[in-house]
Design a protein. Structure first.
Length: 197
């Protein structure tokens, strides 16, 4: 792992950040095909930067933090835009934001106690992120190709909500467990360069 910030994966991640306002604008302007295609390219770039980082020795500490943040920024921004357009319920957006704020706050508490390396993402949280991407892709694609979104959207919304709740509860249990450990002791499942997703 390198401390160098200017790596190809990091530049790809930066491009993913830059794509966020374009997707949000496209959704707001009802340019669904544009929003869908940029979203797909962003998703492919996420996989590509991971492959380059792992197989070409370009993993960096900065990238380990930026990559999950870029994913979150993209998902939250798209969810917000789709909520404004009436394609997602407000409560799902608020639930998602509340969970992420709680996770960041919990990570901050552990960091202040100096017993946090970086906690490995829970499998339920990875599943939740994947399903959020599926939900966003479905709504964008359905509108781009003029496909009826119901009842699929309704099912996906509830599945995402359930996984948001379960992943939030999972991280709450991790926080409670680690707070019982002596201050300064490394988290049990901590692993360098792993982000909380």
């Amino acid at each position: 792992m390198t401390n160098t910030a200017f790596t190809i994966p990091n530049l790809i991640t930066a491009a993913r950040f830059a794509a966020v306002p374009f997707i949000v604008y496209a959704i707001g302007a009802n340019h669904w095909m544009t929003a869908f295609l940029v979203f797909v390219v962003s998703g492919v770039s996420d996989a590509v930067d991971g492959i380059i980082a792992r197989h070409f020795g370009q993993r960096s500490r900065l990238g380990a933090y930026l990559d999950p943040i870029a994913d979150k920024a993209l998902i939250i921004a798209i969810f917000a835009a789709l909520t404004v357009q009436g394609h997602l319920p407000v409560w799902l957006l608020l639930l998602t934001i509340l969970r992420d704020v709680a996770i960041v706050a919990g990570a901050g508490i552990l960091a202040m106690r100096r017993n946090l390396g970086t906690v490995r993402p829970l499998w339920i949280s990875k599943a939740n992120t994947a399903l959020m991407i599926v939900l966003a892709a479905w709504i964008l694609g359905a509108n781009a190709f003029e496909i009826a979104t119901d009842p699929v959207t309704g099912y996906l919304v509830w599945l995402v909500a359930i996984l948001v709740g379960l992943s939030g509860a999972g991280y709450a249990m991790v926080l409670a467990r680690e707070l019982r450990r002596p201050a300064g002791e490394l988290a049990r499942d901590a692993k360098p360069a792993d982000g909380i997703r």
